[in-house]
Design a protein around this ligand. Structure first.
Ligand SMILES: *[C@@H]1O[C@H](CO)[C@@H](O)[C@H](O)[C@H]1NC(C)=O
Ligand SMILES: *[C@@H]1O[C@H](CO)[C@@H](O)[C@H](O)[C@H]1NC(C)=O
Ligand SMILES: *[C@@H]1O[C@H](CO)[C@@H](O)[C@H](O)[C@H]1NC(C)=O
Ligand SMILES: *[C@@H]1O[C@H](CO)[C@@H](O)[C@H](O)[C@H]1NC(C)=O
Ligand SMILES: *[C@@H]1O[C@H](CO)[C@@H](O)[C@H](O)[C@H]1NC(C)=O
Ligand SMILES: *[C@@H]1O[C@H](CO)[C@@H](O)[C@H](O)[C@H]1NC(C)=O
Ligand SMILES: *[C@@H]1O[C@H](CO)[C@@H](O)[C@H](O)[C@H]1NC(C)=O
Ligand SMILES: *[C@@H]1O[C@H](CO)[C@@H](O)[C@H](O)[C@H]1NC(C)=O
Length: 787
């Protein structure tokens, strides 16, 4: 009993080892099998006689413990290019195998031996991997029972024919082999059609390209001269899909692949034996359709790119999908899922709802379809305003012909290209993730710290007037010239052209402020670790802005702290002033806190501590003290790990350590501004401590300092917290926040620190060093005097 079993096992092992070795196989005999390789070992395969193609089990590029049965180019030194796979939606675990059984069936089996795929033919007498890339099962009379060419995946090879009713289906993404969003169908009515399909159900949406031919039962043929044609049943040439006839199929590998971006491309790659020194990579010779971004308009589905994203091209004409300003990927690794907005859209409960929203203009963009209203005639400005005031409207497209198209979410068929006439006005929350946006001067007039000064209307008016005079007087004093010599040695000086290219001609706006606009840029990973940059373009020709530029560059270039956004470079060319910052992928603290979802407690605690350390560094650890002057959640950005990074030193004032008076204008934003700003008194680092205190309360309780819609007693957070603190009811503040309620000791400590920070008298406020120690629990905190 024992020895036959042992023999069989041994036989199996011997066959497996023989099969797995890299010898070219001519005929694959019955009882042959391949089993997945252990990690790092050579992929088990059956090679074609020339060694050009391999049939075997290949690990996924994204997960080496999942395997595809595949045919691939085996002779390319640096890449594995898969041309066929039957189990792309169902990759298998280790110890899976493919067997040509003793009764002539090809069978793909999981580790338990259960068959998961077979090509549906039996009684083969042998199989062969041919030099064309075709894998065949052959009967004893030499007829072909089945071939991989008859069951294509996303690629067609020379000598292969796609018969009527066959199709190619693109991969989902470059790295994800599962069924994707695009299909090329050879229809029995003779039309060759590209379709958009739903993932994962495969529902067929509209077509985005068709050959327009109508000869029944036509086939798509890849001939050996290097052209892909549609031919009639009588072999008449109907149309040519792609062609690379200058590259012979004897010296070059050819393939036509429906790529994951929906474009069918004809690639060539020099064979190793041919033409030494030729580019050892796949080169695109031809492709269809010519302009997929503008060709694709579907009534259902998202279009080429996912919902709320738009289609554009990189410099190599490759399709790229991007999220518009105010939107971010639902899953950055799966762009086809589309983008989500990073702010709360108006709820429409109260009808007109423009408060708290702004419109951002994007040129040469359109989102086709999904209009719910068309206004005509309309000016551009009216179009923008109409959408802002309409709570249903997410984006309005002004088409340059007096039409204003209003659109709801999700946006579909997005395209941005120089030949697109539409201008979009995209609605954004004011607390959207707009990194490095300055406060507009207008907002300063709105009720800055007045509530903190008491309720008298007369007093408010007097303060308002004084503030105005103070601002005017101080603005006139600012005159300075930028000298390049003050710039630090580690900064990169960019040319304007470099930044223009990096931002795709300043195409993607991240935010806009009083002195400039911030754009998303791409410069490649070597500079920052992430490939993105935030490029702040300052407006031209204003000497005051020139001064600002000098200040900003000077003060940031010597700071290095993990809680500060790093300045990477600048451009100071002709009339152009630009600053280049690290790009912070998680947006601003404001959008993180105020988007309606309460972030985890521990994360909020970490953010408070991080900001405190960043500020302590600016105030106490730099060689020259830096006062930020505009600390608020919009100016704290979150990096990929949600570490808080203080940004926007644009108007920060450099102070010698002993200096307490300044003559700059008021910076800062309502609700965060320390009262001494309004007294024309000395401005010290304590203004930041005040703003920090306000912000700590906002982070603790996930609401803005000023909430006009709340009950009067709760409308101003600083007042409400101090009332609750004085009445011993801190628990009322964290109602509903179970994580915080479980950590009341820390809530109490942080509230006390915050209340010390917002003391009216600057001298009463602690320094950031003391604040950090108190927050960390390193020192005891005195009871807070009533505010
Ligand atoms: C493969 O097997 C068939 C049938 O056994 C035989 O006729 C043919 O010559 C073999 N081909 C090669 C290349 O060995
Ligand atoms: C790879 O796939 C296996 C099986 O699905 C899964 O358990 C594992 O987590 C995956 N590994 C990675 C790195 O995704
Ligand atoms: C695969 O099989 C080998 C030998 O049969 C065994 O040692 C190994 O544990 C198996 N691996 C898995 C993941 O089942
Ligand atoms: C395949 O293996 C079975 C037993 O495992 C044996 O009976 C059969 O003869 C083998 N067939 C070939 C063609 O080797
Ligand atoms: C097929 O196409 C030709 C030329 O485009 C046209 O003249 C003819 O009417 C079409 N035939 C049918 C059946 O649609
Ligand atoms: C196309 O092919 C199908 C299947 O082979 C056949 O039934 C049909 O008659 C053909 N149509 C024409 C117009 O030749
Ligand atoms: C391919 O790999 C070889 C050896 O690693 C290298 O010399 C060559 O530059 C690579 N070619 C390409 C196109 O990356
Ligand atoms: C854009 O407008 C120009 C001039 O009005 C027109 O010629 C062109 O066709 C339009 N482009 C598109 C894509 O509609």
């Amino acid at each position: 009993m024992e020895s036959p079993l042992l023999f069989l096992l041994l036989l199996h092992t011997v066959i497996t080892i023989t099969a797995a070795s890299a010898q070219p196989h001519s005929n694959i005999t019955l009882n042959s099998s391949l089993t997945t390789a252990i990690a790092g070992a050579r992929n088990p395969s059956w090679l074609s006689p020339s060694g050009d193609f391999a049939f075997g089990l290949l690990p996924l590029p994204t997960n080496s413990s999942l395997f595809l049965l595949a045919i691939w180019f085996a002779n390319l030194p640096n890449t594995t290019t898969v041309v066929w796979t039957p189990n792309r939606d169902n990759p298998l675990p280790p110890n899976s195998s493919v067997i040509l059984t003793s009764d002539g069936r090809l069978s793909l089996r999981d580790p338990s031996g259960t068959e998961v795929w077979n090509p549906g033919s039996s009684a083969a007498s042998y199989a062969a991997m041919l030099d064309t890339g075709d894998f065949v099962l052959v009967a004893s009379d030499h007829s072909v029972l089945w071939e991989s060419f008859s069951d294509p995946t996303d690629t067609i090879l020379p000598t292969q024919t796609l018969s009527p009713n066959s199709k190619l289906v693109a991969k989902l993404s470059e790295d994800d082999f599962s069924d994707g969003k695009f299909k090329l169908a050879v229809q029995p009515d003779g039309d060759l059609v590209f379709y958009l399909v739903a993932v994962p159900t495969g529902f067929q949406y509209n077509s985005y390209w068709t050959s327009g031919t109508n000869t029944s039962n036509s086939s798509l043929v890849f001939d050996v001269s290097g052209s892909i044609h549609l031919i009639s049943p009588t072999k008449a040439l109907l149309t040519t899909l792609t062609s690379a006839t200058t590259k012979s199929t004897s010296d070059f590998y050819h393939r036509g692949t429906l790529d994951s971006d929906g474009v069918f491309r004809h690639y060539v790659h020099p064979k190793p034996s041919a033409i030494a020194g030729a580019a050892a990579e796949w080169v695109i010779m031809d492709f269809k359709p010519a302009d997929i971004c503008t060709n694709m308009i579907t009534s259902l589905g998202s279009g080429v790119c996912g919902f709320n994203s738009y289609c554009t091209y990189d410099t190599n004409k490759k399709v790229v999908c991007q999220c518009p300003v105010g939107y971010t990927w639902i899953d950055p690794n799966r762009a086809y899922m589309g983008c989500k907005h990073t702010f709360t859209m108006p709820s429409c409960i109260s009808g007109v709802q423009s408060e708290g929203f702004q419109m951002v203009r994007v040129d040469n963009i359109n989102f086709w379809g999904n209009d719910y209203d068309r206004l005509n005639p309309m000016t551009e400005a009216d179009c923008e305003q109409q959408c802002l005031e309409d709570c249903f409207c997410a984006t309005a497209i002004y088409d340059g012909q007096n039409n204003c198209w209003k659109k709801k979410l999700p946006l579909s068929n997005g395209v941005k290209a120089s030949n697109v006439n539409g201008t979009a006005f995209m609605k954004l929350g004011n607390y959207d993730n707009l990194p490095i946006v300055n406060v507009t001067k207008k907002r300063i007039w709105l009720l800055p710290g007045f509530l903190a000064l008491g309720g008298s209307v007369l007093l408010n008016i007097i303060v308002l007037y004084l503030t105005y005079m103070f601002l005017r007087a101080s603005k006139r004093k600012q005159r300075h010239q930028l000298k390049d010599s003050i710039l630090g040695p580690n900064l990169k000086a960019f040319t304007y052209k470099e930044l223009e290219e990096a931002t795709k001609s300043f195409g993607e706006e991240l935010g806009r402020g009083a002195c400039g606009t911030v754009y998303k840029g791409y410069l490649g990973p070597e500079l920052t670790g992430t490939p993105y940059l935030a490029v702040k373009k300052l407006r031209d020709f204003q000497p005051e802005i020139d001064k600002e530029f000098a200040n900003e560059v000077k003060s940031i270039c010597q700071t290095h702290h993990k809680n500060l956004v790093r300045l990477l470079g600048y451009c100071n060319q002709d009339t152009n002033r630009l600053l280049v910052y690290e790009y912070m992928s998680n947006g601003s603290l404001a959008s993180f806190l105020f988007n309606g979802i309460r972030p985890p407690w521990e994360q909020r605690v970490g953010i408070i501590l991080g900001i405190a350390r960043g500020l302590r560094y600016l105030h106490e650890e730099c060689s020259t003290q830096i006062i930020h002057c505009d600390i608020k959640p919009q100016n704290v950005l979150l990096d990929v790990n949600f570490v808080p990074r203080i940004s926007d030193f644009g108007l920060a004032k450099l102070l010698k350590k002993d200096q307490t008076r300044t003559n700059t204008g008021i910076r800062g934003t309502k609700g965060y501004v320390a009262p001494e700003w309004f007294r024309n008194a000395g401005i010290s680092a304590k203004v930041d401590v005040y703003s920090f205190g306000v912000m700590v309360l906002e982070i603790l309780f996930c609401r803005r300092n000023v909430e006009k819609d709340m009950d009067e007693e709760k409308a101003l957070l600083t007042f409400w917290v101090s009332d609750c603190y004085n009445d011993g009811r801190i628990d009322a503040l964290v109602e509903g926040d179970e994580e915080a309620m479980a950590d009341m000791g820390r809530v109490q400590r942080f509230v006390m620190v915050a209340l010390w920070c917002v003391q009216e008298e600057p001298a009463m406020r602690p320094t950031m060093g003391q604040v950090t120690q108190m927050l960390e629990g390193a020192v005891a905190i005195n009871p807070v005097p009533p505010v």
